[in-house]
Ligand binder design. Structure first.
Ligand code: HEC
Length: 367
């Protein structure tokens, strides 16, 4: 399989054209059949017989809640990697302020995989390819291990040590017998079958690649791609767009205010700034209420600028449904390891910590 991919990639380079190779999917026909039944029993009441409901999924109802989106590839589900799809179904939407019930306890891990197989079978090849192309292929289970995918025994001792902390991912590294374990935004390496744990970055000295940093970036990109422009405050590039910068910001933080005072220069340089809310100190933080107001404002850009200039008089109350994004932003920021604001992420997931003057920042973003 690997050599075939390599061969195709080489061929594409040589011929300079993209060969639309049909992609093998991660699930089997049996999983689709089993998943169909489970889907009809558990999910169709909200998501439709064939995962096609609700077409107007972007519109909130009278209570500010989103309807169940279609899962047939026409909405958003393909923005989420397999792990996140599994988690959404297992835990439901409540954690992120959503309405969907969780199925932990009523569906096993294998059943959840079948249900995903079913709605993914409705995806066109194009959507499926875009989905699998977004995430490293190592995220996709192979046909043989997809059904159960138990955690490998290598984490047994680690589990005993970390108590309730949740292990987010376990994967083999390219180093023989060395496993990488992701716990929140931290990475631990297991040696000798899990007898020893090592914390630090794993670097390939032959090519200088920091493998831990790569994992961090993939994780940041995945997390950031869960959000649409409509969730954020966007200052779009002027002229030809050249790059996107995701900025976690707090209206009360002096360096965020400074960065914002230079936003014109960034836009002029072809950079789109996408603001995520991140209230330092969470809901008790000094910027929390103002951020909520910004997200509730009709003109969020103006409100952001006002709040950062300490002009609070025209800000609306922060009591609308959209203000929930301020809580989400905080959770998400923590998940990807933010320790202060502003925290900047390039579109490849690379993090730039803290403020830099635009003369320095622009080349760094465009490089
Ligand atoms: C009671 C209604 C309801 C049921 C039953 C339900 N869902 Fe959902 N689902 C929702 C809603 C509403 C959302 C939007 C997010 C939220 O509010 O939690 C959603 C979101 C999702 C998403 C995220 C999609 C995206 O684009 O981000 C997935 C995946 C999903 N549901 C799968 C399922 C599966 C699989 C089942 C059955 C095992 C199921 N849902 C059952 C209401 C439901």
């Amino acid at each position: 399989m690997k050599s075939l991919n390599f061969f195709l990639a080489a061929l594409m380079l040589i011929t300079g054209q993209v060969i639309a190779a049909e992609q093998e999917r991660w699930y089997s026909d049996e999983q689709v059949t089993q998943g169909e039944q489970l889907f009809r029993q558990n999910c169709s009441s909200c998501h439709g017989q064939n995962a096609e409901a609700t077409p107007n999924w972007k519109q909130t109802d009278a209570n500010g809640n989103y309807p169940p989106p279609p899962l047939n590839g026409s909405a958003h589900a393909w923005h989420h990697n397999l792990d996140l799809l599994r988690r959404t179904i297992r835990d439901g939407g409540a954690k992120l302020g959503g309405q969907m019930p969780g199925f932990e306890g009523s569906l096993s891990a294998a059943e959840i995989d079948s249900v995903i197989a079913f709605f993914q079978s409705k995806w066109s090849d194009e959507i499926y390819e875009r989905w699998s192309g977004r995430f490293a292929s190592s995220d996709l289970p192979s046909l043989t291990d997809s059904a159960v995918a138990p955690e490998p025994p290598v984490t047994r001792l680690l589990r005993q040590r970390i108590g309730n902390a949740k292990i987010d991912d376990v994967s083999e590294t390219s180093v023989e017998d060395v496993w990488q374990v992701q716990i929140g935004n931290r990475y631990v390496y297991l040696l000798e079958g899990g007898k020893y744990a090592l914390m630090g970055d794993l670097v390939n000295l032959e090519n200088g690649r920091n493998l831990t940093e790569q994992s961090r970036r993939v994780s940041a990109v995945e997390t950031i791609s869960e959000f649409d422009d409509a969730d954020l405050v966007i200052f779009a590039a002027r002229g030809e767009p050249k790059a996107t910068l995701n900025v976690f910001t707090d209206t009360s933080c002096p360096y965020c205010q400074k960065l914002h005072s230079e936003i014109d220069q960034l836009q002029e340089a072809g950079i789109t700034v996408r603001y995520f809310p991140y209230a330092r100190g969470g809901s008790r933080g000094p910027g929390y209420q103002h951020l909520r107001s910004v997200w509730c404002a009709e003109d969020r850009r103006q409100a952001m600028t006002d709040a950062k200039n300490k002009l609070f008089d025209d800000l609306p109350p922060g009591d609308c449904a959209a203000a929930e994004m301020v809580d989400r932003g905080y959770l998400v920021g923590n998940r990807i390891g933010i320790s202060g604001t502003p925290a900047l992420f390039k579109s490849n997931g690379e993090k730039i910590e803290g403020y830099r003057p635009y003369q320095e920042l622009i080349p760094q973003i465009l490089q």
